[in-house]
Design a protein around this ligand. Structure first.
Ligand code: PLP
Length: 746
């Protein structure tokens, strides 16, 4: 239904900006001040979600110059936070563990929203053939679709049958007879009426059988030998009267009992929608109690309970930004005209009875998003200016807010935004007066995947694996350089992934041609010691000499200094970290305090080893934490590293090297899937080596894994330096922490 420009590259777009601390100021008609974005952000240090939203809005509007842009460039646009969507699904599952969410597509049929929900195993509630078609095209299982419209056109019923959509709701005898003729095996849920008179959008005026009618429907199902499987209800969209919930669940139970007396064994209860984020905890509690009272789990062990959630999931994920196109003031009021209105995406004011709250995004060209993000209109001082806000059409009905306070003055060309604009907004937008209803949507997606490839090669055998005296082992190192590197480059190129190659000085000097291929293909190159020597075995002087030589080698080779480092064997030392910072190194990828979140590297932790020759009290001491530094840690994880399970090392007694890559793939995929389900943002750093991943069985594993990961919404493959820059742009370094030197010692 909506043709929206997909903006997957929002991250890379931002990341490609030259400066992080000072994003370009807004391009506005002359006279507006230049505003450094960081300045505004640092006033509050907002939550990450808010920060991302602000950055995404800014990334769009800062490139628009109303003096020169194309006519369509100024259109209103949405930002959709898929992380918020995942948070809400998790919240639902925590609060309503007995109830499976089926998303009501009618609420907002944004393709990426639907795709994310599909990946999180939600079912779908479809109201029409087009909605069924849309979710089937995304790959939804027809068994996880409920055609939840009690009144359906015959061709649509046939369409459902032909496409194996075998579950629907009915609330009248005529519908039952249509089903008997055109989809006789369909699973039927009788939709009963609720008292939804206090809901924002009552539905029972149109749908729902009374209890008496419902009993007749059960009887007719028995007469026609139809597949009656359950009961459905909806307490009204925007349910404001929680008492109605218990009644609806109790009434459902009555129909269950009645059906049972007629020989049916009902197995499904559909509790509909009606949930809003602001009242969710309260209504979830009422539902839990009602379900436990009328459908106790012990009594109904096989009951499937589903819900048809719309507003709860879609509303708060979307923010709408509109542009101030005109102003008109007289003695009585100041009117502003914006380029979206009640015939467009703000139709929710008319159709859904929503009260929308305009907020200032830019004031006279100044980006003020964060300053007013958390303040409601009601909290604004009486002295705040009052406006009436109007949509773009020529109709007097097109009024968004007749009398609203704004936190700052706005001028022509400024932007206003509306939070919570995902439910029943774009879904019913029209083109009235020729204005577009197909607005761009930018997505906040936060799954940052990266490849860290350590070219251990011969250096690995010299420094760590114990093969330094074996010509055979060293030949395997030569394989890694000459064969493994080109194969891995080919594999990454196939998926258009730029990795980060951590190259020991020894490997660079031994395989200059292969390393040049890496550099010339646009991959990042970082430090990894010289001979893969263990930092903790070296003197300080040796550590410094190794760092100095390898830093210079890489700087000369790449024409710019490296910004990242992987410690050989992932062993770091406090002095080593300080040295890295002195050399301007910004991030490390060696530690495992977390497995999917970046953090500020802490150094100087101390702990007491057990000394059995001493009294216990001398070694019973907790770990002492050291100090955080300004080095970003992109965590390493032995479980997402190809080498421990799949590299044969003669000195390793437990036969490592023959793990089946399909098993390793399972472990890596489980990590990814768990992070995807549990975190609305995460990094997924893969650590591998051409020594191992250059082998055919492992290359094929990478291909399968990348294809699995790429099926997920929000996935972006970045270099580790891009991940580091992103983290730095959004997180303040700990107070007093040692920061990377800006004029690195070379
Ligand atoms: C049959 C049905 N199911 C689900 C919904 C979604 O309701 P809500 O957005 O309140 O969750 C609606 C809304 O109109 C509906 O009519």
């Amino acid at each position: 239904m909506f043709v929206r420009q997909v903006s997957r590259n929002i991250w890379s777009h931002r990341l490609s900006q030259k400066s992080y601390s000072m994003a370009p100021s807004l391009v506005q008609p002359s006279g507006f001040p230049n505003v450094p974005y960081e300045f505004e952000k640092s006033l509050t240090y907002p939550s990450r979600a808010q920060s991302l939203l602000g950055a995404t809005l800014l990334s769009k509007i800062q490139n628009i110059d109303i003096n020169t842009c194309s006519p369509d460039a100024l259109d209103s646009f949405f930002v959709c936070d898929l992380g918020e969507l995942k948070r809400l699904v998790r919240l639902w599952r925590a609060e309503m563990p007995r109830v499976e969410p089926f998303y009501a597509v009618k609420c907002n049929s944004d393709q990426k929203l639907l795709h994310t929900l599909l990946q999180m195993d939600l079912g779908f509630d479809c109201a029409s053939k087009t909605e069924i078609q849309q979710v089937l095209a995304l790959g939804a299982d027809p068994a996880r679709i409920i055609y939840a419209n009690p009144c359906k056109a015959v061709p649509y019923i046939r369409y459902a049958r032909e496409n194996n959509v075998n579950m629907t709701t009915v609330d009248n005898l005529d519908e039952l007879h249509k089903i008997a003729q055109f989809h006789p095996d369909c699973e039927l849920l009788i939709r009963i009426r609720t008292d939804d008179s206090e809901a924002t959008c009552p539905l029972s005026v149109k749908f729902g059988a009374s209890l008496q009618e419902a009993r007749q429907l059960v009887q007719e199902c028995a007469n026609l030998k139809l597949n009656l499987t359950g009961v459905a209800f909806h307490v009204g969209s925007g349910c404001n009267n929680l008492a109605t919930i218990d009644t609806a669940v109790r009434d459902s139970r009555m129909i269950f009992d009645h059906a049972s007396r007629l020989g049916f064994d009902l197995k499904m209860l559909d509790i509909g929608g009606g949930f809003s984020k602001s009242t969710f905890q309260a209504s979830a509690a009422v539902f839990r109690t009602a379900l436990n009272t009328h459908f106790a789990a012990q009594e109904f062990p096989d009951l499937q309970i589903i819900s048809e959630l719309g507003r709860f999931l879609a509303a708060s994920c979307f923010t709408l930004a509109v542009n101030v196109t005109s102003k008109r003031s007289d003695a009585f009021q100041e009117r502003i005209y914006v380029n979206d209105g009640v015939y467009g995406n703000l139709n929710c004011i008319l159709f859904d009875h929503q009260e929308v709250e305009p907020k200032v995004l830019t004031s006279n060209g100044k980006f003020v998003f964060h300053s007013n993000y958390n303040h409601s209109e009601k909290e604004l001082a009486d002295s705040s200016k009052t406006y009436s806000v109007w949509g773009p059409t020529c109709d007097g009905l097109d009024c968004i807010a007749p009398n609203c306070k704004l936190s700052q003055n706005v001028a022509i060309g400024d932007w206003i935004y509306f939070k919570n604009s995902g439910a029943y907004t774009s879904a019913a937008a029209t083109n009235f007066n020729g204005f577009t209803s197909q607005n761009e949507c930018l997505y906040i997606d936060r799954v940052l995947c990266c490849y860290g490839i350590d070219i251990d090669a011969v250096a690995g055998w010299l420094g760590s694996y114990g093969g330094e005296d074996s010509a055979s082992d060293v030949s395997r190192g030569l394989f890694a350089g000459h064969v493994g590197i080109p194969r891995m480059l080919k594999m990454l190129d196939r998926y258009n992934i730029k990795g980060t190659w951590f190259i020991p000085g020894h490997s660079l000097e031994t395989f200059p041609e292969e390393c040049a291929m890496i550099r010339d293909a646009g991959h990042e190159i970082g430090l990894h010691g010289y001979s893969h020597e263990n930092p903790t075995d070296m003197t300080l002087e040796q550590q410094k000499d190794v760092l100095d030589k390898t830093f210079k080698l890489l700087t000369d080779f790449c024409g710019k200094p490296p910004t990242g480092s992987v410690a050989p064997w992932w062993e770091t030392s406090q002095a080593g970290v300080e040295m890295l910072l002195d050399y301007g190194i910004e991030y490390d990828h060696s530690m495992s305090h977390h497995d999917c979140q970046c953090y500020w590297f802490r150094t100087g932790d101390t702990w007491t080893k057990i000394d059995y020759s001493k009294k216990a009290e001398e070694w019973m001491k907790p770990l002492q934490r050291g100090e955080e530094t300004g080095l970003v840690e992109i965590p390493g994880n032995w479980y997402i590293d190809d080498l421990p399970p799949m590299m044969f090392i003669k000195n390793s007694a437990d036969g490592y090297g023959w793990a089946n890559p399909r098993d390793i793939e399972d472990i890596w995929r489980d990590h990814f899937d768990y992070f995807y389900r549990e975190y609305d943002e995460f990094v997924f750093p893969i650590t591998c080596h051409p020594d191992v991943s250059g082998r055919p069985h492992v290359l094929l594993m990478h291909e399968r894994l990348i294809e699995h990961i790429n099926k997920h919404e929000g996935v972006e493959w970045l270099t580790m330096d891009q991940v580091n820059k992103d983290f730095r742009a959004r997180n303040q370094p700990p107070a007093g922490a040692k920061l990377p030197a800006t004029n690195a010692t070379t």
